[in-house]
Design a protein around this ligand. Sequence first.
Ligand code: SF4
Length: 433
Amino acid sequence: MAEDFLYFIWQFQYFRNTDLRTEEGETLRVIHPGYRNPDSGPDFTQARLLVGNVEWVGTVEAHIRAGDWLLHRHHQDRAYDNVILHIVWEQEAVVLKRSDGSTIPTLCLSQRVDRSLLYRYQILLAESGTIPCAGRIAEVEPLRRTAMFDKVLLQRLERKAAGVTSLFRNAGQDWEETTYQLMASAFGFQVNAEPFEQLSRQVPLKILHKHRDNLLQLEALLFGTAGLLPGTQPDDYQAALQREYNFLSVKYQLAARQLPAHSWKWARLRPANFPTLRLAQFAKLLTYKNSLFSLLIETDESAALLRHLQVNPSAYWQTHYRFGKPSDTVLATLGQTSAENLLINAVLPLLVAYSQHKDQPEYRERAVALLEQLPAENNRITRIWQDLRVPIQTAFDSQASIELYKNYCQAKSCLSCQIGVNLLKGFSKTIGI
Ligand code: SF4
């Protein structure tokens, strides 16, 4: 038994509520159970109850055992002085008091809940499939599933936007610098996101902007500060980069900011993902003459945005994945799937953060519309949903399914999920609660 189940029972009033009496012997009627509190403090707020002849408005706290109140030291916490009802699964011989000494009424629910509902809940959580409801998700109406996808998609966008907003604050509230750092991290494609991000903090955009007409200098600043310029047996291109870097690193005092070469990861990466090629593509993106931020924020169509992101690096990188090792088969241009990945993980969170900053919902609506235009991602998590015959057709679906899987299914938070609630609610009708 988990407290989650108790919250669920109380929130939807799934217990026999005739002749309710508190453990202290007073009659009880629930006018409104209140709203689940996602923050610290009591579990439900704004509940309305009739205890005896007195109507109360306040908070409700739930515990498996009555004594948990003392264990959690709520009796010493003023935030719990407004609790008007303590709901418990198992009553214990304790009298609970607020900090002012007044008694808190307690309602014990274990004898009022249909055992088959509890049993069904326990079966759901004990499921050993890819997700707890794997065997039953097909029973859920598509509309319910869609509603949950909508909810988690917005949660995902807002969480990512919060990361962009924090970047924006640290970047001196400069959207251009924020976009640069965000795109740098995204060009690391998870494995090298961290060194890419560090690099973008070591070489501020204002320095790079001074050289955006000269791709070799941009590359020298980035490869040199990244610690990726090879020291021995340089070919002509490497020697030219080294010369430029030697000069520019003195000019901008960058030598002390150089990253150690071992910051970069190569193991198990396909050559197209090698940090050298990604850095060369990123350098090319920075040669864009106008504001990169405006370009990304003002372009409506996903196809146009993808075209902007599918940069083609300088000539050397048409035949090399890394320094000094020519290859006939280099896929130099940023691929379609990688560009979609940048759009989903960097550009759209940027749109949502900007929407919040300017209080202009149209940017957020555009982010959602773009997700609906993009094809679904194909990864381990989206394949789990597809195997369960849940349609994952657009990036909206794939992003929502990833969020749902990571933040609800894996944590077995089925009672906070509209799909799980729907499965148990549907069941409760069949047993006549
Ligand atoms: S969290 Fe929702 S979708 Fe995930 S397993 Fe539980 S009920 Fe199913």
